[in-house]
Design a protein around this ligand. Structure first.
Ligand code: SF4
Ligand code: SF4
Length: 129
């Protein structure tokens, strides 16, 4: 589970860059599975799947396209992009693949949690399950 501390985020967006590098080998924040929302003068908001215990997204999916095994896994073929999973998220997570319209979820970078390692402000950390 990811523990987020919005207050510590400086808005450097290194996490977005690292995430897109990990998954697509290119620096492109639009491809990242984490997003920093800036609404100055309010503090930054870190948008990422927390891998939370409720798993409301998994329960909400009418296509049974989601499963949970330490993180949310998407069956791309079963998903029709309806967005009910995102609407059910208690943290307001809402990131979709710009090309397919289907949701994207943090996959922990195979357990390496690259954003956690690289965030200089320690605004993202790995918590207990
Ligand atoms: S790397 Fe950390 S400080 Fe920088 S934008 Fe991401 S969460 Fe915020
Ligand atoms: S967008 Fe896909 S994963 Fe989400 S509820 Fe709809 S079918 Fe399920």
């Amino acid at each position: 589970m990811l523990v987020i501390r919005d207050k510590l985020c400086t808005g450097c967006r290194l996490c977005e860059q690292i995430c897109s590098m990990e998954h697509h080998r290119e620096v492109n924040p639009h491809l990242a599975r984490i997003k920093i929302e800036s609404k100055w003068p309010a503090e930054e908001k870190i948008i990422v799947c927390r891998q939370c215990k409720t798993q409301n997204c998994v329960k909400a999916c009418p296509q049974k396209a989601l499963s949970f095994d330490g993180y949310v896994k998407l069956d791309e073929k079963a998903c029709d992009g309806c967005g009910q999973c995102l609407e059910a998220c208690p943290f307001g997570y809402n990131l979709r693949n710009k090309n397919t319209g289907k949701p994207v979820f943090c996959d922990t970078c195979s357990g390496n949690y690259s954003c956690v390692s690289w965030c200089p402000a320690k605004a993202i950390r790995k918590g207990g399950a």
